[in-house]
Design a protein around this ligand. Sequence first.
Ligand code: PMP
Length: 353
Amino acid sequence: MPRFRAILDTMPAYKAGKAVVSPDGRSYKLSSNESPYEPLPSVVEAVAKAATEIHRYPDPAATGLTNALAERYGVPPEHVALGGGSVAVAQQLFETVGEPGAEVVYAWRSFEAYPLLADLAGTTSVRVPLAGESHDLDAMAEAITPRTRMVLVCNPNNPTGTAVHSAELEAFLDRVPEDVLVILDEAYREYVRDADVPDGLTHYRSRPNVAVLRTFSKAYGLAGLRVGYLIADEPVASAVRKTMVPFAVSHLAQAAAVASLAAEDELLERVEAVVKERTRVRESLIGQGWEVPVTEANFVWLRLGERTTAFAEACAAEGVAVRPFAGEGARISIGSPDANDTFLAVAEAFRKA
Ligand code: PMP
């Protein structure tokens, strides 16, 4: 029997949201915070065109995409680092700072991959409980020690959908030592509508230890192609580029991401429609008697405690896949109006039962 790293014995596997099918054949996947829309024809066309080159390795520096992102955000190309999805960029970040004895601070519950990536990088996770459903930035600042190398603020937070506000984030950043890297994980940034939720790029521009992590998987609808990026000061971005597996962002992913930036207006109209549905879903749930935290992302969070598994099963019986966290609650992505209606009907029946 080959010998493996001891950490693998205790490390849980990443649980991805799965699709389910009802006995009469219906399926609504509200478990992975994907875009409910099919890809734009212009994006499919760009991918098809790029497909003629798949016998070649992709441009390892993804020059076209890097330049397009730099232009889009008004930053130097040296400040952009890419990876195969933002989860891969997060892994690169953990690899960049992780070593025995080093600590990484993040809220919990938050994005499920953080503890796994910390374990893989041989680094210590310091999990700071949420206050209610939101980040407790005071407690997070207090959790920083001389061993802390990185702090992650997931904004909006997966799975609760809550967001930190400008003044509290500013006060928090003032308390973080300059040699600690702060990652603002903004996977859901495009869905934020509260003007008091800061754009992480503002903080990146004024603080060299602050970096912003974003993705093409959600608002841009490219979850299947795996492309995410970090915007950070040059030393951080170049360290993260060094930890990338060579050729991690495929030729097809690069082409699709460039085409998506070119079609951004159209994609952001879709985001607007999802945001409208989000309001409708949340208000309907509240009307049914549920408590639903304010969400700035493309999902809602229901704290169900012991009833979580039963709720997920009730949804599955109607073909609705949600993301349960046993004993805690369920995260439900905003889907097409039809999918949302089906979910709302299950939620209402469950509430009355
Ligand atoms: N960060 C957060 C907060 C997420 O919720 C997710 C996806 N669930 C990711 C990063 C990673 O997404 P991707 O790898 O598809 O970019």
